[in-house]
Design a protein around this ligand. Structure first.
Ligand code: SAH
Ligand code: SF4
Length: 421
């Protein structure tokens, strides 16, 4: 037997189980954020509404939550005045708590957030000329200790719930002031079954246009909760963002990739980062479980991938580790061998205190990029964003505990003021 069986291999931990049904707040009320419309209807019925009523109210409430972003039942003006306190006694409309909000000089914004039970995680908003991308976390910490990733130095604390995941998108919309204003003018009519919403909207003119599941954590090790959250993001009656504007990044959890394509249907990004077993084993230890060939085969079979919807291969440029001309040529060979509709994203390594690697020189990155381009595959170099506030790829790690309570309270108050300005 190979002696590797004796080694403890990071990344051998299977998905962390969490209670998927509702955990009421301390006061017994239930947070509606993160629940599918059908589940809201069931809750309303269990709480005593007649079936038809429950269905109508669930539809109305769902619309107010995700289409209009209200956080108070009193604001739901098409729900009877007497009904609103009934809802408020039983339910809440939650948001992750903002502990700290930071602005980078390049416009990138980072929020340190806290779950109701006190765990901290981060989300990042990256504005560009033609789009605005929200980088969403799926777990508090990560079980996969990729050697170049700051998040990987944290222990996994727990999976985020669907509400905490979709809550990041809701909070970003709050902070960016992007909920539609004005009256809701849909007519439910007499026959509830035929009721149709008229209040659809598009992402035109919005700041937040794209979502990437590239924050803290491995999204495919929290599959069900990520799926539940993204369904709400994509729901035409909900946040109504197209699946083409959502990208999920995985370090290579092969057994969950097909399900991801079939059941969620979003764009796929794969953190490849190396083209030999030896190097990938070192920097992405999950490679010892699911190797490069197996991973690329799963990519070739990814449902929905095509030349119009390419798979993104992320490649972090680590000095003298994975950045030679030979590596670039091997990358082209592999992607062609598996006939992958691929584009490569070259990410200059973002340093963090204590990291074992350096960033490749700009000349090296350029040369690597040129070789891949010459091989017929697009390989742009990603400009690091938000490095001054540790918001760039792989820099996320909650270190807020180091700050004094008073300092954090002061900063949170300032952040709240800035968000409401
Ligand atoms: N866990 C998922 C998604 C989050 S990480 C995954 O690993 O794919 C988002 C991207 O940032 C990944 O490609 C990751 O490998 C990369 N990354 C991590 N640390 C980095 C660092 N220090 N510099 C640059 N990119 C990094
Ligand atoms: Fe986890 Fe992704 Fe960081 Fe690896 S790169 S430790 S999978 S968050």
């Amino acid at each position: 037997m190979a002696d590797t069986t004796l080694m403890s291999i990071p990344g051998q931990i299977d998905p962390v189980p969490v209670a998927r049904d509702i955990t009421p707040r301390e006061d017994g009320r239930v947070d509606l954020i993160g629940l599918p419309k059908e589940r809201i209807r069931e809750l309303f019925e269990t709480a005593g509404l007649q079936p038809k009523q429950a269905k109508l109210r669930a539809k109305q409430v769902f619309h107010w939550l995700y289409h209009r972003g209200v956080t108070d039942f009193e604001a739901m003006t098409d729900i009877a005045k007497t009904m609103r306190p009934w809802l408020a006694e039983r339910f809440v409309i939650g948001r992750p708590e903002v502990v700290e909000a930071q602005h980078s000089t390049d416009g990138t914004r980072k929020w340190l957030l806290k779950t109701a039970d006190g765990h901290e995680f981060e989300m990042v908003f990256i504005p560009d000329a033609d789009r605005g991308t929200l980088c969403v976390s799926s777990q508090v910490g990560c079980t996969l200790n990729c050697r170049f990733c700051h998040t990987g130095t944290m222990k996994l604390v727990r999976n985020l719930t669907p509400g905490e995941i979709v809550g990041q998108v809701m909070l970003a919309r709050d902070a960016l002031g992007e909920w539609p204003k004005g009256n809701m003018n849909f007519d439910y009519g007499a026959d509830l079954d035929d009721a149709e919403d008229e209040g659809h909207y598009t992402s035109d003119g919005r700041l937040l246009t794209n979502i990437v599941m590239m924050g803290m954590g491995e999204p495919l090790y929290n599959f069900d909760n990520v799926k539940g959250a993204l369904k709400l993001v994509m729901d035409g009656d909900g946040l109504a963002l197209s699946k083409r504007r959502i990208t999920l990044s995985t370090s290579g959890v092969v057994p969950a990739m097909e399900r991801c394509g079939e059941e969620i249907g979003v764009n796929l990004a794969v953190s490849l980062h190396a083209v030999t077993k030896e190097i990938r084993d070192e920097i992405v230890p999950l490679n010892k479980k699911y190797g490069i060939e197996e991973l690329l085969e799963a990519c070739a079979a990814y449902p929905g991938a095509s030349n119009a919807r390419r798979i993104t291969f992320e490649y972090v440029m680590l000095k003298d580790k994975n950045d030679t001309d030979e590596h670039a040529r091997e990358l082209v060979r592999l992607l062609k061998h598996y006939k992958l509709p691929a584009k490569v994203n070259l990410i200059p390594f973002n340093p963090w205190p204590g990291a074992a690697y350096d960033t490749s020189t700009p000349e090296r990155v350029k040369r690597f990029s040129d070789i891949v381009f010459e091989g017929g595959i697009s390989a742009p170099v990603r400009t690091p964003r938000g490095r001054d506030i540790d918001a760039a790829c792989g820099q996320l790690k909650t270190a807020a505990e180091k700050k004094s309570r008073a300092q954090r309270d002061r900063e949170a108050a300032e952040a709240a003021e800035a968000a409401s300005a």
